[in-house]
Write a protein that binds this ligand. Structure first.
Ligand code: COA
Length: 269
């Protein structure tokens, strides 16, 4: 950028053609395809529509000319995980049908990450919750602002881990640290997540966007490469098993009660 020493945060992000999604912004520039979760007023909670759009966006990104793909969030949160309203829309077939449909969608969603054919980079612009954290084990590089936190409150919600985290988290951080997160809901700071290897590097909030995008533009000039692909079969089997378990958890009293409590607490405000 001629004539400037440091790019302003917003201009530092790639701006390019945007595909028409309701819940995402997608653009490609400088060999980087960026998928931006775009429900900032709901902390980027993932609705059924958003899961489907993300699957479609990843499919496009995997096939386009870009060298790397980035996922990031709009607003102050990276993502608050599964939109808990997804559990309130009970279809005609009852809660069993709801669990089956949600399970199939989640399985397809995680599959899109396991099979993603290019380097996938997480630009974690704020707190991350639930499935947005567990999936990070399937990313190639994860950059976080110091403001980010990493929280997987599954047992608190009567649920169980997904995104291949039951296998990848112990592998990345060791069994004991993974258990604290996945079984006992321990929320990690960005620095702690970096220490255990879930996050690659943490940046000060003030320079996060400028530093990260400068670095990514340099990476995207490198020849295309990929180190993913190992263990794919195993990861698919783990995804299947995690989803089976979750479908059972979604029908449990503990899970239903936790969802009711979330919405009751909201309505009391
Ligand atoms: N599902 C549904 N709605 C969500 C959501 C989620 N996962 N996360 C945030 N929202 C909604 C809030 O209900 C609120 O909606 P409203 O404006 O209509 O009241 C809006 O997003 C803003 O969130 P709010 O709770 O006001 O912000 P906060 O900063 O006080 O708290 C969270 C943010 C993420 C800590 C809190 O919203 C939360 O705990 N969400 C649930 C996270 C969760 O359990 N995810 C599933 C993990 S398995």
């Amino acid at each position: 950028r001629p004539g400037s020493t440091e790019a302003p945060a917003v201009a530092a992000q790639p701006i390019g053609s945007t595909k028409g999604f309701q819940t995402l912004l997608m653009s490609t520039e400088d060999n980087i395809t960026t998928i931006r979760l775009n429900r900032p007023e709901k902390k980027n909670a993932i609705t059924v529509e958003m899961y489907n759009e993300l699957i479609e966006a990843l499919d496009h990104a995997g096939k386009d000319d870009s060298v790397i793909t980035v996922i990031t969030g709009s607003g102050d949160y990276y993502c608050s995980g599964n939109d808990l309203n997804n559990f309130r829309k009970i279809p005609e077939g009852g809660v069993e049908k709801m669990a089956k449909d949600s399970g199939e969608l989640l399985k397809r969603y995680v599959k899109a990450y396991i099979d993603f054919p290019k380097p996938l980079i997480g630009v974690i612009n704020g707190p991350a919750v639930g499935v947005s954290v567990t999936l990070l084990g399937l990313f190639d590089v994860v950059y976080a602002t110091e403001r980010a936190t990493f929280h997987t409150p599954f047992s608190q919600l009567g649920q169980s881990p997904e995104g291949c985290s039951s296998y990848l988290f112990p592998k990345i951080m060791g069994a004991a640290k993974a258990s604290e997160m996945l079984l006992f809901n321990k929320k990690l700071t960005a620095a702690q997540a970096c220490e255990v290897g879930l996050v690659t590097e943490v940046f000060p909030e003030s320079s996060f966007q400028a530093e990260v995008w400068t670095r990514l533009r340099a990476y995207a000039k490198l020849p295309r490469n990929l180190i993913r692909g190992v263990e794919k079969e195993k990861l698919h089997a783990i995804n299947d098993a995690e989803v089976e378990r979750l479908m059972e958890r979604w029908l449990s009293d503990e899970c239903m009660q936790a969802i009711v409590s979330f919405f009751q607490a909201k309505s009391k405000l």
